[in-house]
Design a protein around this ligand. Sequence first.
Ligand code: HEC
Length: 199
Amino acid sequence: MKNSVRGWFVSGMLPASAGASALILAAALSFSAPVHAQQPAPAATPTATPAPVEKEKDELGKYTTADGDPIYNIQADGTLDWYTYSGYRRYHAECHVCHGPDGMGSSYAPALANSLKTMTYPQFMEIVVNGKQNIGVGTADQVMPAFGENKNVMCYLDDIYIYLKARADGALGRERPSKREDKTKAYTANENQCFGRPS
Ligand code: HEC
């Protein structure tokens, strides 16, 4: 339960030195206060309309933010950029057995559509390349394998990140993607090079 009434009293109504007595007062008050008085105050921080992200598209068909991080680009009619679409497929080929369909998580591994709300691009890369092991107390150890040697993951790391970022930001739902931008020639050349195939 949130102590919004108490917090408001201590911080807003009384000098800091009166904190202890305010706690007693507020405790007594919240005990008898009608339910509506305990509703949290409306959030003071603005939550609406995130600032539009400036994106650049390179010759591979990959979009990046001003910081240089890969990012999805989903058009108003639902058309996905190639990387988001590719990431959807690669995620469901390599990750979803543990992390659940659509990044929703499973009893074994966390929901990546949630993890990427806070995890940065370098943090994501580091974990997927090197793996992660959470030694549980009294529970089965959970192991995130290291994929650094697995080309089916390494050659599509940005794709997977971009897809999961779109899921984490709520830009992409759980539906199967249909419309997408074309795969560019540069992307195919890059892919072949990554796998050591002649292009
Ligand atoms: C064999 C099962 C398995 C597979 C396959 C797997 N993971 Fe994991 N992953 C885990 C487990 C278990 C954890 C939690 C480990 C921990 O907390 O120490 C985890 C954790 C992670 C984390 C950290 C999440 C967080 O919130 O801390 C990331 C990122 C991640 N995995 C990405 C991936 C990606 C991308 C793929 C596919 C390329 C993948 N994983 C495939 C089991 C798996």
